[in-house]
Ligand binder design. Structure first.
Ligand code: MTE
Length: 347
C-alpha cells in the first residue's frame, strides 16, 4: 500500500465510524497517469516552482497543460471532452490526481462504506434511461432526460480541488457546465430561496440502500445564490470521459468550495424551496455536519482538526500534510456569498 493510503487510514476514522480503507495494493500515480501527460504536468509544475515562468506565460502554459486533461483519457468509458473553462477559479494549477486514485477511493454509501466498495459494487447501477425531475418553486417544472441535459450547454473542463470533510483531498478535471444554466431555463419563482438535490435510492441495484447508515435517499441542499454561482457544476464527466459509476454517473453536483459530501451523486431530483432543505449528513449528525459545510480550516470537526489535509496520491509522510485553505482556495470567488455571516454558527 502506498504511504498516502496508509496514513489517511491510520489517522482518519471516517465520517461515520472507523477507518474504511481495506488497504488493497495500489500503484503510484506515475504508473497510472499516461506517461506523457504526467511528465508534461510535472515539468510544468517544476517550471512554475522555479518562478521561471512569467505571469502571462504561466497562464498560457497552464491552459495548454489543462487542455491536455481532456485528451488524457484512461480509455475505458465514452469520451466527453470539454472546452477549457473561462470561469474564474475553474483551472487549479496543481498536480492532477491520478484517475486510478480518483476512481477507486470513493464515498458512495449506497454501494458500501468502505472506500473501495463503490468501485467494486457500482457496476449494478443502471444509468440508462436517466432523467432529473425539476420540482417546486419554478415556472417550468418537469422532467429533463439525460440526452437533453447533455445538450443544454457546451461542456467545459473544470479543474477543481476536492476536499473531503474526512481530511483528504484531490484535484480532478471534471466535465460539465454551470448548474446556473439549467436553473435559468426552469425560471425559479421569487419565493425560491433554496435548492435541494435528491439522488437515486434503488434497493435493487444499490446494496446499501436499506442499511441504517443514512436516511435514504441521499439529499443535499444549497442556497439559491450558491447554486447559481458559476463555479457550481452540473457534472457529467471526469478526465475527458463520462463519469464512472462509482463517481456518481450519469450526473452529479460539484461545489468546489464546500466539503465533498455536498457533491450529491447520481442526481434524480432538483427541488426549489422557500425553506432550508434537510440534508442527509445533517440529519445523521447535526453537530458534525452543518447545512453550509464550507471548507473552513478555522472550524474543526468535533472529532478532528480541519486545519490540514492529505492529497491523495502524494507521499503520506507527516511532513507532507498540507494546509487546508479557506473556502478550499476559492475565497476570492465565493467569500462575498457569506458576507456578515458567522461562519462558526453557520458551519
Ligand atoms: N452522493 C451520494 N449519493 N452518496 C454518497 O454517499 N458521498 C459524498 C459525495 N456524494 C455520497 C455522495 C461524499 S462524503 C464525498 S466525499 C463525495 O461524494 C465523494 O466523491 P468522489 O467519490 O467522486 O470523490
Amino acid at each position: 500500500m502506498p504511504d498516502w493510503r496508509r496514513s489517511v487510514r491510520r489517522e482518519r476514522s471516517g465520517m461515520f465510524f472507523r477507518s474504511s480503507d481495506n488497504g488493497f495494493v495500489h500503484p503510484h500515480a506515475s504508473e497510472i497517469t499516461p506517461q506523457r501527460v504526467y511528465q508534461q504536468r510535472r515539468a510544468f509544475m517544476q517550471h512554475l516552482a522555479t518562478g521561471a515562468a512569467g505571469a502571462s506565460l504561466a497562464a498560457w502554459a497552464s491552459r495548454e497543460a489543462m487542455a491536455q486533461g481532456a485528451t488524457a483519457r484512461p480509455g475505458k468509458l465514452a469520451p466527453l471532452p470539454g472546452k477549457v473553462s473561462t470561469v474564474s477559479g475553474a483551472a487549479v494549477m496543481e498536480k492532477i490526481t491520478a484517475y486510478q486514485d480518483a476512481s477507486t477511493y470513493n464515498n458512495f454509501y449506497e454501494f458500501g462504506t468502505d472506500k473501495a466498495d463503490p468501485a467494486r459494487n457500482a457496476h449494478t447501477l443502471k444509468t440508462d434511461p436517466w432523467a432529473i425531475d425539476i420540482e417546486g418553486l419554478v415556472k417550468k417544472p418537469g422532467r429533463w432526460d439525460l440526452a437533453d441535459l447533455l445538450k443544454l450547454s457546451p461542456m467545459e473542463e473544470r479543474i477543481y480541488r476536492m476536499r473531503c470533510v474526512e481530511g483528504w483531498s484531490m484535484v480532478v478535471p471534471w466535465v460539465g457546465y454551470s448548474l446556473a444554466e439549467l436553473i435559468r431555463k426552469v425560471e425559479p419563482l421569487g419565493s425560491a430561496k433554496y435548492v435541494s438535490f435528491q439522488t437515486l435510492a434503488d434497493p435493487k441495484t444499490m446494496p446499501f440502500v436499506g442499511s441504517r447508515v443514512l436516511d435514504w435517499p441521499y439529499e443535499e441542499g444549497l442556497r439559491l445564490d450558491e447554486a447559481m454561482h458559476p463555479l457550481t457544476l452540473l457534472c457529467f464527466g471526469m478526465y475527458g470521459e463520462v463519469l464512472p459509476k462509482q463517481n456518481g454517473a450519469p450526473v452529479r453536483l460539484v461545489v468546489p468550495w464546500k466539503y465533498g459530501f455536498k457533491n450529491a451523486k447520481s442526481l434524480v431530483k432538483i427541488r426549489f424551496t422557500e425553506q432550508q432543505p434537510a440534508t442527509a449528513w445533517n440529519k445523521a449528525a447535526a453537530n458534525e455536519y452543518g447545512f453550509y459545510s464550507n471548507v473552513n480550516p478555522n472550524v474543526d470537526h468535533p472529532r478532528w482538526s480541519q486545519a490540514t489535509e492529505r492529497r491523495l496520491g502524494e507521499d503520506g509522510l507527516l511532513s507532507k500534510k498540507r494546509k487546508t485553505l479557506m473556502f478550499n482556495g476559492y475565497e476570492a470567488q465565493v467569500a462575498s456569498l457569506y458576507a456578515g455571516m458567522d461562519l462558526r454558527k453557520n458551519f
